[in-house]
Design a protein around this ligand. Structure first.
Ligand code: NAG
Ligand code: NAG
Ligand code: NAG
Ligand code: NAG
Ligand code: NAG
Ligand code: NAG
Length: 282
């Protein structure tokens, strides 16, 4: 039950707040990690559904979730029962800021959550997912805060073939496709330059998950360019959908091409291209 509430509050992809902790490293409990150091530690990787599989409430007071819910800040019922979305946190930066402020305060409050949360790194999500929304976070929330970072992303469902989209990509991306990637990343680095808040890029994928219009060679061109650019920006990232590369039930990497939305893709080959260009672990 409580876990369900947590998923509602924390897993909503648009405004989730990641709680980060190091269970195994006892010394980390005594020595807080700075965002700069943490950026290197996050490095690059795959998304996992950690919150869906474990019970994070072992470590966090249920009170946080109750408090947020009691304030009616945390539950976004947008699109449910055909309700209009004008109250969505995504459309309402004021609500986003109230919600975020309340959650950060609750987590930092020692009475509510115990001892180690003052210097635990929290991620603020971008009010609009992409970097364009980052400046809408009320600077009062992160001003002077040493243990906050921001999360943003684009291409969570991959590049698309729609020329009017900010995620448009075709062929080798010469012209507009590459420019879209550059602008998207520039918007993120620009925010960090302006505010000092470091970021993490939590979701992307090289395939067109909604229409299957991007073919294998295009996915590889996109991947190579994207990974190089985000590497230059020194922003850690995570890749969506491990199961597209790995057969979970068998514990084996996929070898055979996979058909996603009607498009046949050799995910093993795509992954080789990602690995070739991503920063190597220190
Ligand atoms: C922390 O939470 C307690 C219990 O809800 C509350 O009484 C107190 O005012 C809070 N402290 C701060 C600094 O918000
Ligand atoms: C932030 O720090 C500066 C100087 O360290 C201080 O003058 C200012 O009051 C602080 N602001 C907040 C909101 O804590
Ligand atoms: C993928 O699409 C591009 C056009 O964007 C085309 O030139 C190329 O031949 C296609 N590749 C395959 C393998 O179909
Ligand atoms: C980048 O920022 C500019 C200026 O705010 C905005 O017009 C554009 O849509 C943004 N693009 C992306 C992909 O974030
Ligand atoms: C970068 O930041 C400046 C100053 O806030 C802003 O005017 C400009 O639009 C931003 N550019 C991009 C690409 O985000
Ligand atoms: C898929 O890519 C891998 C390289 O990772 C390659 O060894 C394999 O032959 C490719 N499979 C097909 C069917 O092309």
């Amino acid at each position: 039950m409580e876990e369900k509430i947590l998923s509602t509050v924390i897993l909503l992809p648009l405004f989730f707040l990641l709680l980060v902790e190091f269970e195994t490293e006892a010394k980390a409990i005594d020595l807080p990690i700075s965002p700069k150091k943490y950026q290197d530690m996050i490095h690059t990787g795959f998304n996992t559904n950690w919150f869906k599989r474990k019970n994070p409430m072992r470590h966090y007071s249920e009170q946080i979730i109750k408090d947020v819910r009691d304030k009616e800040l945390g539950i976004d019922e947008c699109k449910k029962d055909g309700k209009p979305c004008k109250h969505s946190l995504r459309k309402r930066p004021d609500k986003y800021n109230r919600w975020t402020r309340a959650v950060v305060n609750a987590i930092r409050n020692k009475t509510l959550t115990g001892s180690n949360n003052a210097k635990r790194i929290l991620f603020l999500s971008s009010p609009e997912k992409t970097a364009v929304g980052l400046p809408k976070i009320d600077p009062e929330i992160y001003r002077n805060a040493s243990y906050l970072m921001a999360e943003w992303h684009i291409y969570a469902s991959g590049p698309v073939k729609k020329p009017t989209s900010l995620k448009y990509w075709t062929g080798n991306g010469d012209g507009v496709g590459k420019e879209n990637v550059r602008i998207a990343i520039k918007n993120g680095t620009n925010f960090t330059e302006n505010t000092g808040l470091l970021t993490y890029f939590a979701e992307w994928m090289p395939q067109d998950n909604n229409g299957g219009k991007i073919n294998e060679s295009e996915a590889i061109y996109f991947t190579r360019f994207f990974v190089k650019e985000i590497r230059k920006a020194k922003i850690p990232w995570s890749l969506n959908s491990l199961e597209k590369y790995y057969i979970m039930g068998k514990g084996k990497w996929r070898r055979r091409p996979l058909t996603i939305e009607g498009q046949q893709l050799n995910m093993s080959k795509i992954l080789d291209n990602i690995i070739e260009l991503m920063p190597k672990r220190p």
